[in-house]
Every structure is written in structure tokens, then in C-alpha cells.
Write a protein that binds this ligand. Structure first.
Ligand code: KG4
Ligand code: ZN
Length: 341
């Protein structure tokens, strides 16, 4: 265990995030700074810009967090940072900064896998009364990842299935671009979908009904592109865009419910269905998965919105879980890695 609070850093994509957790998991400070505006002019995340932005934001965010918690670096028990998977520039910045802090404070550095952070968020103290017990089914739905994972314990994960092409968040972002909505596309699609007719366009439900729990979204995206291409030249009428958004979102919902249902068959001992990742913020998706879980008589656990997207609380919590399980060695020699399944 550790002798004082843990400071955690997340910098694997376009969110610079810092959190401080007490050894029992109580959150003492948390900050997320979105670099959204820095990347908007380019229509996507630019790795070099992300790395430089992490570098310029981290010192102030760390100072803020420490001040908010009433601590100095000397009070810290450990420092954790995401060391993968993600964009290598940002990972180098976050891990380098974290290692420097840990070194100066004479404390251990704990290297955390970003996906493990998403996977264990549901177990944050106070989030679910009584907590979430292993094993559970994790549906990881983000911009870069889309997979069904059996979470058997801390450090014990089995990938039951995943996307064979695009991630689900990527599909939301690509459809948003087709409809001329700003990135990230998910929230805009969700708002627009609420105004449209989900039956207006008969989009495909890729892989639905198939054995296993793999996903595929590129065919759905192509179908949307063809529907947009078939419209009269000129700006897409608002009502039509809303129908496309609603029909697309309905197809995604059907696919997710079908695939998660298959995954639950592969993990009949599951105590809960846990959704994580930025796409888990979508209320239509949450409601449909809630229905699925209710039919299976298990709980649906969906973290509050601020813990669905990237944040440092999840990184700190994963580090504490690893410490408790005796799985966290000092990671001063751990190198950031862009790919880390
Ligand atoms: O987990 P996250 O913050 O970052 C990654 O690790 O990828 O997920 C970001 C993704 C983006 O693709 C974004 O469009 C999507 O989550 N997203 C949503 C919603 N909010 C964010 N997708 C659907 N509905 C939403 N409300
Ligand atoms: Zn993420």
C-alpha cells in the first residue's frame, strides 16, 4: 500500500487530466482540460499539437490539483500515469512528467494501461452502492476502442470480441462529418437524433444475429455516406439530417444490444454489464443496454458522464486497485507504448 495520496496523470489522447486520490480511493482533486479547440481547425486530433498542449498544460493542472487538495509534492505517496495505449507524444509527456514528480518526491511511479482505467472505473468507491464484483462484462465504447471484455479480476481481462474495422465512436465521428457537425461527433448526433425519425432510413445492422461478439461499423458508415450522396445537391435539410442521425443511432443501438447480448452468453457468471468510454455518454445507448441488463436480471453500470470520457480519476483508481492486488511494481523503467492491448 502507499503512505499518502496518489497523483494521477492522463495524456494519451486530447484530454490533459490530473487527479489526486486518497489511498482508499476518495477523490481529493480532479481536473480535465479538453484540447478540443486546439484541434478543431484540423477536423481531428493532431498528435504533435496534442503532445505540445499536454506539455504546456500539465504543470498548471498539477499545481491546481495539489492546491485544491491542500498538498505539496512531498505529501504524495505515489504518482501514476497512463503509459499506453495512445498517441506516443502525449504518453511521453505525461509519463515523463509523472516520473519526474515521483523521482523528486522519492515515491514509486505506477504505469497504468488506459484501457484498464476504463475497465475498473465502475468499481470507484461510492459509484455503485455495494460496489461491482468480479466477474463482469465490460463494453468498452470509445473513439479508439470497441470491445467486449470479461473482467475476471484486477489484471485479469479476456477480450471476448471487438471491432473488425471502425470503433463505434469513430462511426459517430465519421457520420457527424458527413452531416457537417463539429467533432467530436457523438454529442451532436445524439442531439440531432432526438429530433428525427429512426425508421426513415433502413440502415444495416452489421453482424447482428451472428455468433460471437465482434463488431463492424464500416458498412453502416458507408450506407450513411450513400444516403447522403443520394440527396439533392446543396446543404442537407435539417429534418433530413435529423432522420439520418436518428436512423444511424438506432442501427448502432440495435448492434450494441445484439453484440452485448451475445457477450453475456459467453460470460454467464457476469454480475453486471458495465459500459465505459466516451460513447457510453449516449442516453439512447444507455437506455437500450439498461433494457438488455434488466432482461438478463443483472445490473447495468454506467459511470457518470465525466468518468465515461478520458479522465485521470480512472487512472488513479486503476493504480490503487493494482497496488491493493499486489500487482503494481515501481515503474520508473516502464516505457510508454502506443499499442498495449
Ligand atoms: O473515451 P473517449 O473520450 O476517448 C477515446 O479514448 O476514444 O471517447 C470519445 C468518443 C468520440 O468518438 C465521441 O464522438 C464519442 O466518444 N462520444 C459519443 C457521445 N459523446 C462522446 N458518442 C455517442 N454519443 C455521445 N453522446
Ligand atoms: Zn479512453
Amino acid at each position: 500500500s502507499i503512505v499518502g495520496p496518489l497523483l494521477a496523470i492522463e495524456s494519451s489522447c486530447d484530454e490533459t487530466a490530473v487527479a489526486i486520490l486518497a489511498p482508499d480511493g476518495r477523490i481529493m482533486a480532479e481536473h480535465v482540460l479538453s484540447q478540443f479547440a486546439d484541434h478543431a481547425p484540423f477536423g481531428g486530433v493532431v498528435p504533435e499539437i496534442a503532445a505540445r498542449a499536454h506539455l504546456s498544460h500539465l504543470p498548471a493542472l498539477v499545481s491546481h490539483a495539489l492546491a485544491e487538495a491542500g498538498l505539496t509534492t512531498a505529501d504524495l505517496g505515489a504518482v501514476a500515469a497512463t503509459t499506453g495505449p495512445g498517441l506516443i507524444g502525449g504518453l511521453l509527456v505525461g509519463a515523463g512528467f509523472g516520473k519526474g514528480l515521483a523521482l523528486a518526491a522519492g515515491r514509486p511511479f505506477i504505469a497504468v494501461n488506459h484501457l484498464e482505467g476504463h475497465a475498473l472505473t465502475a468499481r470507484l468507491p461510492g459509484l455503485v452502492p455495494g460496489g461491482v464484483a468480479f466477474p463482469y462484462l465490460l463494453l468498452l465504447l470509445s473513439g479508439g476502442h470497441c470491445q467486449c471484455v470479461a473482467v475476471d479480476g484486477v489484471g485479469r481481462y479476456r477480450r471476448l470480441g471487438g471491432t473488425i474495422d471502425d470503433a463505434v465512436g469513430e462511426a459517430f465521428d465519421k457520420v457527424a462529418k458527413l452531416l457537417g457537425l463539429p467533432l467530436p461527433g457523438g454529442p451532436g448526433i445524439e442531439r440531432l437524433a432526438a429530433l428525427g425519425d429512426a425508421k426513415a432510413f433502413p440502415f444495416p445492422r452489421p453482424l447482428a444475429g451472428r455468433a460471437g461478439c465482434d463488431f463492424s461499423f464500416s458498412g453502416l458508415k458507408t450506407a450513411v455516406a450513400q444516403a447522403v450522396g443520394a440527396l439533392p445537391v446543396g446543404a442537407i435539410p435539417h429534418a433530413t439530417a435529423a432522420d439520418i442521425a436518428a436512423s444511424f443511432q438506432a442501427a448502432v443501438v440495435d448492434v450494441l444490444v445484439d453484440r452485448a447480448g451475445q457477450a453475456l452468453k459467453m460470460l454467464p457468471q457476469a454480475t453486471a454489464l458495465v459500459v465505459a468510454g466516451g460513447v457510453a455518454a449516449n442516453q439512447a445507448i444507455r437506455a437500450a443496454l439498461h433494457g438488455l441488463a434488466a432482461r438478463q436480471r443483472i445490473a447495468l453500470v454506467a459511470p457518470p458522464l465525466r468518468y465515461c470520457g478520458d479522465n485521470a480519476v480512472m487512472i488513479g483508481w486503476a493504480a490503487l486497485e493494482r497496488l491493493h492486488a499486489g500487482l503494481a511494481q515501481d515503474g520508473h523503467d516502464q516505457r510508454p507504448q502506443p499499442r498495449w492491448p
